[in-house]
Design a protein around this ligand. Structure first.
Ligand code: AMP
Length: 485
């Protein structure tokens, strides 16, 4: 296995897209997106994929990973462009597999954006939707197919998707696919593909399972690691508040008001808690919607749209439903429940402070959360200081309003949301997920230099999507400082 991280330094990396000599239709699409410089994962992965090497990449969504694999794959596939309407001239050549419907939808949209000036066709298939429209699209012929594993197998079985001409496979968010239990489905899908192909695997962690998957399906891959949330984490201000279980909603109202926050993600640990909290906040006058695994696909997409368009202010969500979603301009993330896994904490706070914007991450910690907070402390290698919420008199104390309509207390501690799965795997793969032993998590965060100018790609991203963060947010305690060893 070649380790690229030791061979390339920022000085030797081709940082500007112009240096890549992308084909004109791709360069034009990149310019339309407002990108100027490459993100670190792009700078490292694009040249390698262009050379036709397999890649094992440690990078999460939000780092520019989609363009890192999509642009070089599109460039390599341009030789297959065809204006013919015959489906036979548009066989599937690239397959991109993702764990959740939302991620598949998001990645497919990005690929469409990058391919818009080419004649390469792309489509997305995922469960929870009628198979018919997907079948019609597949039958017309597409070069790039983005899919979740379960639904792809349905299409393979129905002979709607023929994969014998696939040249490129991307296993995106591979760790999550294994967590969910998609391994048997992945193995089956990979068995249908030609052996001669390029395989790219992206994962937030390189756990032993991921390494095993890589050694079975990748050939002499180049390993690429970018520091997790490197550039974005330094822009997130983190606070941990000590609160009682029945005080959390009151605290949420207070902090929203105090900060003048308009929009936020509110993370909870269970689907039940998610739906209830959304209902209560809505009743308390906050425009709120819920995003969790029990919602239909249509409802989930509508919830996302409502948040993106500003029709709702709070998106209450579970980890599985929200993982990797690229919603720009989320000024704040509230951990209404401390996540059961410290890694989920990092994923959650990665929703805010993206692509150079600054953000706020607030975690409500009740007495029983001490162990979980200890694990977060270990992961981020930083002493967490607990703070107390100071309430204004005019912020209503919701605790005094008693029980909610359905007669249950709102915030009784919930069990982990084990059933909150994005798509049910076909076979039961019940092996418990071991705690991460990944050395990736043993490294401290590499914080972006606080005095240096923001990298050009961040500036471009900010221009592309202006953030609506309140000026009330003062960077009291930046993550860069928090993460100091
Ligand atoms: P991804 O990790 O692929 O989900 O990308 C995260 C966000 O970064 C998306 O909104 C992209 O449009 C944006 N992005 C990707 N590459 C760049 C770049 N080179 N410059 C600015 N923004 C980018």
């Amino acid at each position: 296995m070649t380790d690229l991280t030791s061979e390339l330094t920022p000085d030797t990396l081709p940082m500007a897209f112009a240096q890549l000599q992308l084909a004109a239709p791709l360069a034009r699409a990149v310019a339309d997106m407002g990108y100027e410089s490459m993100t670190p994962i792009q700078a490292q992965a694009i040249p390698v994929v262009l050379q036709g090497r397999d890649v094992m990449g440690a990078a999460q969504t939000g780092t520019g990973k989609t363009a890192a694999f999509a642009l070089p794959l599109l460039q390599r596939m341009l030789k297959h462009e065809s204006s013919s309407t015959s489906p036979a001239r548009h066989p599937v050549r690239a397959l991109v597999l993702l764990p959740t419907r939302e991620l598949a939808d998001q990645v497919a949209q990005s690929i469409k954006d990058y391919a818009k000036y080419t004649q390469l066709r792309s489509a997305v298939v995922f469960g929870g939707m009628d198979m018919k429209p997907q079948t019609i699209e597949l039958k017309k012929g597409v070069e790039i197919l983005v899919a979740t594993p379960g639904r792809l197998l349905d299409h393979i079985e129905a002979k709607n998707a023929v994969l014998n001409q696939v040249e490129y496979v991307v296993l995106d968010e591979a760790d999550r696919m294994l967590d969910i239990g998609f391994l048997p489905d992945l193995q089956r899908i990979l068995s249908y593909l030609p052996k001669q192909r390029i395989t790219l695997l992206f994962s937030a962690t390189f756990s032993p399972e991921i390494k095993r998957l890589a050694s079975s399906y990748l050939q002499d891959p180049v390993t690429i690691e970018v520091a997790r949330s490197n550039a974005t984490a330094s822009t997130v201000e983190q606070h941990f508040y000590s609160v009682g279980d029945d005080e959390k909603r009151h605290a949420l109202h207070q902090i929203l008001k105090q900060r003048g926050m308009k929009q936020a993600f509110v993370f909870v640990n269970s689907k039940l808690g998610c739906a209830r909290l959304a209902r209560s906040l809505e009743r308390e006058g906050l425009k709120t919607t819920a995003l969790h695994g029990d919602k239909s696909q249509d409802e989930r997409l509508k919830a996302l749209e409502a948040f993106k368009s500003g029709a709702v202010d709070l998106l209450v969500c579970t980890d599985v439903a929200a993982r990797g979603l690229d919603i720009k301009d989320v000024p704040a993330v509230f951990n209404f429940d401390v996540p059961f896994s410290a890694e989920d904490y990092v994923h959650r706070i990665g929703r805010t402070g993206r692509a150079g914007a600054s953000g706020l991450a607030v975690t409500f910690v009740s007495k029983s959360d001490a162990r979980l907070v200890g694990e977060i402390e270990k992961l981020i290698k930083t002493k967490i200081e607990m703070e107390a919420v100071e309430y204004d008199e005019d912020v209503p104390d919701i605790r005094k309003q008693g029980r909610i309509n359905d007669g249950r207390r709102l915030y009784a501690e919930g069990a982990p949301d084990a059933t909150s799965r994005p798509e049910r795997p076909r076979r039961d793969y019940t092996r418990p997920t071991p705690a991460s032993r990944d050395p990736f998590f043993d490294k401290p965060y590499v914080a972006a230099p606080s005095t240096a100018e923001a990298p050009a790609w961040e500036a471009a991203a900010s221009r592309h999507g202006p953030r609506s963060i309140s000026t009330n947010i003062k960077s009291k305690r930046r993550v860069a400082a928090l993460f100091k060893a």
